[in-house]
Design a protein around this ligand. Structure first.
Ligand code: HAM
Length: 430
């Protein structure tokens, strides 16, 4: 019986690992360029951390079990509760605003489908301790700069930005309770995935509102563009104030040079329960894939976890959709990495010399390989070409006697005799 991996979990063959590393290095480069520091937490957490804070959708997807000590534990499905717990524990001691990033592997028991698996890696960037819209803009700009670092522009990727305070101000006039508003948010979040009449029926049932109110509150999610948001807000009490942070965030994104990527879109509210302000998602421009990234402001979460009361904003960006988008748009790193040289031993007696030379060249930072058993020159050259190696360096009795090696460029076939001391120092490996 051939054993298989679990559905929704990936094997990373070298080509897949190369794509993953390409994404990770863009994540790390941009995050550090924005002055963020890397942190990490445990992959396993107490179950209650998520039950309290993540909201129903994620709790229904947890990988959870009882450990040998009888504790209910869960694999992390997201990083935000861990981050909130870590900051809450040291809140007073940390210099604000905190700018941290992490690259955790997460697990969610979802139905595996295009862009959604049961494990994924997720860049998390969060700013804690700053309530103003410049922090929101900073994070959206960082997410977009990652797109640019990966070769994607405004024709490839769009940032859809909204603000729960704006949506709330627009639905407030219907006199809904907190619980009803949270159900409304969940339904607006589903507008693109489910037919409107189904959502209206559902909202009537779950939030106990009339179908007229259900229709009207859902249509708030259809508003696009800052001008339309402003006119809608002008018509409700306190509307202008509610729109201020979003408006400032969008302006700051323009000044940061990201305006071309950004669409104001009240259809974005996000599924997670803890968001309180600006929320955003990045999508491929044709919207054929799931969200590349999602995040927003979650000002109440730290206090709710029993720690310090600090405002916070952040996002998570997964490697699955991003990998698909890079492959689809031709921005995947090309070819295998290869090596600088493959050392070829002509006879068995040359092998110790090849080993010594390999060690000396590796000490100089070069990528070197040689055959691990005695083989014909033809076989060694074939192996060299398959790596691929840029050059074959041939060591034989004649060459040794003269203190030289033969360097063959495997792309052009050109051969040069090079003195050993020159090969080690001063040879143009580039
Ligand atoms: P989220 O929207 O659940 O947010 O996930 C963020 C991103 O992670 C998604 O846009 C998607 O790219 C990726 N992702 C999520 N689930 C899967 C999956 N099953 N398979 C593949 N990719 C997936 C959060 O997790 C928030 N904690 C983000 C955040 C950080 N908010 C504030 N700070």
């Amino acid at each position: 019986m051939q054993s298989q991996g679990l559905p929704g979990f990936r094997d990373f063959y070298p080509d897949d690992a190369a794509l993953r590393n390409h994404i990770f290095s863009a994540w790390r480069d941009v995050a550090t360029r924005y002055g963020f520091q890397e942190y990490d937490g445990p992959p396993l957490e107490p179950l209650e951390l998520y039950v309290k804070k993540s909201g129903e959708e994620i709790v229904g997807q947890l990988y959870t079990f009882e450990d040998r000590g009888g504790r209910s534990v869960a694999f992390r499905p997201e990083m935000t509760p861990t981050l909130a717990r870590m900051v809450a524990a040291r809140g007073q001691a940390l210099k604000k605003p905190i700018r941290w990033f992490s690259l955790p592997q997460l697990m969610r028991y979802e139905r595996p489908q295009r862009g959604r698996l049961r494990e994924h890696f997720q860049l998390n960037m969060d700013i804690i301790g700053e309530p103003g819209p410049l922090a929101d803009a900073e994070l959206i700009a960082a997410a977009l700069d990652i797109m640019r670092a990966l070769g994607l522009g405004p024709d490839d990727v769009r940032a859809r930005v909204s603000d729960r305070r704006v949506v709330r101000a627009l639905v407030d006039s219907y006199g809904l309770s907190e619980e009803q508003i949270s159900i409304v948010f969940q339904h607006i979040d589903k507008t693109e995935r489910e037919p409107r009449d189904v959502l209206i029926d559902n909202l009537v049932k779950t939030a106990v509102v009339s179908s007229d109110v259900a229709t009207k509150v859902l249509s708030v999610g259809d508003i696009r563009g800052m001008d339309d948001v402003r006119s809608a807000l002008d018509a409700v009490p306190g509307g202008a104030d509610a729109g201020e942070p979003l408006s400032e965030c969008i302006e700051a994104l323009g000044a940061l040079g990201m305006g071309d990527f950004v669409d104001v879109d009240l259809g974005i509210v996000r599924g997670l329960a803890y968001y309180t302000g600006v929320v955003f998602e990045l999508f491929d421009a044709h919207q054929t894939l799931r969200a590349i990234c999602g995040g927003g402001r979650y000002d109440g979460l730290l206090a709710a976890l029993g720690g310090v009361d600090l405002p916070a904003v952040g996002f998570g960006m997964g490697d699955v959709v991003l990998g698909e988008l890079l492959t689809q748009s031709g921005n995947k790193p090309q070819g295998q990495l290869g090596i600088d040289a493959f050392l070829v031993a002509v006879t068995g007696e040359d092998v110790p010399h090849v080993l010594r030379l390999a060690s000396q060249l590796r000490d100089r930072g070069l990528k070197i390989e040689y055959a691990l058993k005695q083989q014909s020159i033809a076989k060694q050259l074939k192996l060299a070409a398959s790596r691929p190696a840029k050059r074959a360096v041939v060591v034989g009795p004649d060459e040794r006697e003269k203190g030289v090696v033969v360097v063959r460029d495997l792309a052009t076939g050109r051969e040069d005799r090079v003195r050993l001391d020159q090969l080690l120092d001063g040879y143009g490996w580039g």
